[in-house]
Design a protein around this ligand. Structure first.
Ligand code: 5AD
Ligand code: SF4
Length: 440
């Protein structure tokens, strides 16, 4: 029986792919280990979104080279977006890699494992399937007894938006919508296994369209929202251009949908938005969220922002900063532009000086931290429902979890709430990173 070590970098899409990889390997009778030295097969699921993600993956591949020298029988499989983007380069520079599979090639996984002598044993019972925690280093977290409470379900593959900075359309290929029956079947299976929260995943969920059933994203939301036993439903990521009133309407009719929307703005200035090929103006974006807030008060709005895009002037940057300073977002992921070879933005001139990019990043981060803290402070004294993630990474005497707004909450572990999937917590203190309180 082959033992597998699986490590995942990158976004939720990659985490979902890793679950699929783990499930396929399990169905062939493989087991999992959190120690790469004990593995027969090492699988690295990589990310290529920014240079930092790439260099971390390359660093890890380098470590596995040494490990393979010690144990030449071990196989190394590199998957994910970097495997797709740098396939030729990796073959040349890292010939010790035994196989490369891009994000649209996991159909070949079985074949690859079989070629390495993994016989198709009968899998252990379904109840015993425990994929490694879909976190960066399963060696640290081990197998996560709470992981089954949350499930990621792909509704589309690929992306056709071709924002000028983004590598994803090249690594994940053209857009494809998964048939609703398949989505429904997967959600039902996850709920049967104990999932309380389902995240519908796509690079741009609003582009979902299944021609045979004439189902679009709002139709899909209403259809899967009716599945019995589903406590929380949420979705990632929306594109402002395609996010329409029909979706707001569907959300307002779903009792179990989490009150949060991730709607990447990327930039607050029109010339830069145009250069990014985002297909909306900042006025259209702000109008959309105003309409959204009026229809769905109390929701948390989160965003992605890139600073230092080529051609971005001080005036452009100040427009982004202004939107953030007004408290437009409850939370935001803020990135410094990272040129990706092969994308139009990589060769666009002028590029912004790296030091200047860091200054802009820090300024927007500081402004967002203020807004996030104010949002968190509004919960002090309230009791919130928290979906448990497990012992806090920083302090194992506490449990940690997430509210429906996706805010982190920690509380002391007193045995009373151990093993419970959902806990009501009375909030006592607010921080930038989240909330602390006591089980109610
Ligand atoms: N540089 C910096 N950030 C990027 N993102 C995508 N491509 C790049 C890049 N080349 C950010 C965008 C996107 C998020 C997932 O990553 O903000 O929404
Ligand atoms: Fe996810 Fe994009 Fe990274 Fe691929 S490149 S893993 S799609 S964030």
């Amino acid at each position: 029986m082959a033992s597998i070590y699986l490590q995942t970098f990158g976004c939720q899409m990659n985490a979902a792919d890793s679950n699929g990889i783990a499930h396929q390997a399990w169905s062939m009778g493989c087991t999992f280990t959190t120690n790469p030295e004990q593995a027969d097969i090492i699988i690295l699921n990589t990310c290529a979104i920014r240079e930092k993600a790439e260099s971390r993956a390359y660093g890890r591949i380098g470590q596995f080279k040494a490990l393979k020298e010690k144990n030449p029988a071990a196989k190394l499989l590199v998957c994910g977006c970097l495997a797709q983007k740098d396939r030729a380069l990796m073959r040349e520079r890292a010939p010790f890699i035994d196989a490369l599979l891009g994000p649209r090639e996991y159909g070949k996984l079985k074949e690859t494992l079989t070629a390495w002598g993994v016989a198709t044993d009968a899998p252990p019972p379904d109840a015993l399937f425990r994929a490694p925690a879909a976190e960066e280093d399963p060696g640290q977290g081990g197998f996560d007894e709470y992981a089954h409470l949350r499930a990621l379900v792909n509704i589309t593959r690929g992306c056709e938006k071709f924002c000028t900075y983004c590598i994803v359309p090249y690594t994940r290929g053209p857009l494809e919508s998964i048939p609703p029956e398949e989505i429904e079947a997967q959600i039902k299976m996850e709920v049967r296994r104990g999932a309380r929260e389902i995240t519908l995943l796509g690079q741009n969920v609003n582009s979902y369209y299944h021609p045979a059933s004439k189902l679009d994203f709002s139709g899909l939301l209403l259809r899967v929202g009716a599945i019995q036993g589903l406590t929380r439903l949420t979705f990632l990521t929306s594109h402002p251009k395609d996010f329409g009133p029909d979706v707001v309407d569907a959300l307002s009719r779903l009792p179990n949908v989490c009150p949060r929307l991730h709607l990447p703005m990327q930039c607050g200035s029109n010339p830069v938005l145009r250069a990014m090929a985002r297909l909306y103006t900042i006025e259209e974006y702000l109008e959309k969220i105003e309409h959204f807030r009026a229809r769905l008060p109390g929701w948390a709005l989160t965003t992605d922002i890139i600073v230092g895009y080529p051609t971005e002037t001080e005036a452009d940057f100040l427009r982004t900063l202004d939107v953030v300073q007004r408290g437009t977002f409850e939370s935001a992921y803020i990135f410094s532009f990272s040129p990706r070879a092969g994308t139009p933005a990589a060769t666009m001139m002028p590029q912004v000086d790296p030091k200047e990019k860091i200054r802009r990043l820090q300024a927007v981060n500081a402004a967002q931290n203020e807004a996030t803290r104010r949002f968190h402070e509004s919960f002090v004294g309230e009791t919130v429902s928290v979906l448990v993630q497990g012992p806090s990474k920083k302090d194992a005497t506490r449990l940690a979890g997430k509210t429906g707004h996706n805010t982190t909450v920690v509380w002391p572990r007193d045995g009373r709430t151990d093993g419970m999937p959902l806990v009501d917590v009375t909030v006592e203190r607010a921080f930038n990173w989240g909330l602390a309180g006591q089980a109610a």
